[in-house]
Design a protein around this ligand. Structure first.
Ligand code: IDP
Ligand code: MG
Length: 139
């Protein structure tokens, strides 16, 4: 069993798509929500979370976007959860994401792409620990 972190981003929150996104994951066979909460992310946590992007010209805009509304943070558990969830999200650029993927169906562009999902088991462990205490995770 793997665990992976998702963040339902401000574009989805402001457009009333929280339920739609969670339903996609809940309806996928074998994925279970084991943690869930809302939070407003601050600059420091966004910088940690997107440490691989701090040098990019779009980084200031990404920070402004990610803190523009509360986000929904969740942990999904299931067999091969990291890859399964990334596959359901689709590629980063919503315009290139195929229909049937969450980003393809709901996303706007390369920044406003509805959902974050961890990209490896190691990243998932770090990301889950960044946003959830052990007591907030359910078996
Ligand atoms: P991922 O979310 O598919 O893993 P990353 O390359 O890790 O993609 O980028 C993290 C987030 O940064 C993206 O989901 C998107 O919101 C934003 N982002 C990535 N590339 C660009 C870009 O070229 N312009 C604006 N925002 C971007
Ligand atoms: Mg990424």
């Amino acid at each position: 069993m793997d665990r992976t972190l998702i963040i339902i981003k401000p574009d989805a929150v402001s457009r009333g798509l929280i339920g739609a996104v969670i339903s996609r994951f809940e309806e996928a066979g074998g994925l279970k929500l084991v943690a869930l909460k809302m939070a407003v992310l601050d600059d420091a946590v966004i910088k940690d979370h997107y440490a691989h992007l701090t040098d990019k010209p779009f980084f200031p805009g990404l920070v402004a976007f990610m803190k523009s509304t509360p986000v929904v943070l969740a942990v999904l558990q299931g067999e091969n959860a990291v890859d399964a969830v990334r596959g359901m999200c689709g590629p980063t650029d919503s315009k290139k994401a195929p229909p049937g993927t969450i980003r393809g169906d709901y996303g706007t562009d390369v920044q406003q792409n509805i959902v974050h999902a961890s990209d490896s088991k190691e990243t998932a462990e770090q990301e889950i620990a960044r946003f959830f205490s052990p007591a907030e995770l359910f078996a």
